[in-house]
Design a protein around this ligand. Sequence first.
Ligand SMILES: [Zn+2]
Length: 242
Amino acid sequence: MLLACSIGAAALADVTDDNKAEALHELPILVDAGISTHHIHGPDPILETQVDFVAELLRFAKPVRVMHEVEEGPLYDPETQEIWMPGSFADNIEAYFDDEDAPVADIYFHTLMHEIGHVLFEQYDLPMLAREEDAADALASVLLLEYVDDGARMALNAAEMFGLESEEYEWFDQSDFWSEHSLEIQRYYTTLCHVYGSDSKAHKNLVNDDYGLSQTRAEACEVEYERIRDGWLGVLEPYLKR
Ligand SMILES: [Zn+2]
């Protein structure tokens, strides 16, 4: 059945090793069920382009719909294969940045990539070697930094949002520690580390005492980024279109 799909036939044609070819036969990976936006009242101009980008980059085993006329989110619902990106998220971003020119599109893209991480884990039953939320953040970094022009700026704006969110805390609750997510301030520094690690020369300004990376952390970032990049791109190889 899978071989009937032209993408599948092309991918298999390159495989010379018999065992590998056999393994590929078993995986439901060569069909691309696609990702699209869904709207009733009108398209969301930011999401349309970003979802098209994802559709051209990745194959999905089941059709994914990105909804924006929803009340909650951002989230991914594995039951319905829907990603919810509510309009209120844009308002939220503008409120945090306290600026009409808040980098809404950049943060949307990072968040969409993060939710795509959850989709890929679920659809392809990917190996889980650490917390899924951290891995989804790492995927967002890798896809932005490796595939998107100005991806570093987008990741840094997403980090800035984490930083602004963390400023809301006067003290921590138990729930902050049992949350599935790392603390916002940790997500801030980790994203900075990914960007710095992806090109330490271009981003040397990220190492500083003013909410930047410490010299000690920065020294590990190049290897850390290389490992998450190679890890994610390795795992995703059968599902990446380019
Ligand atoms: Zn998540």
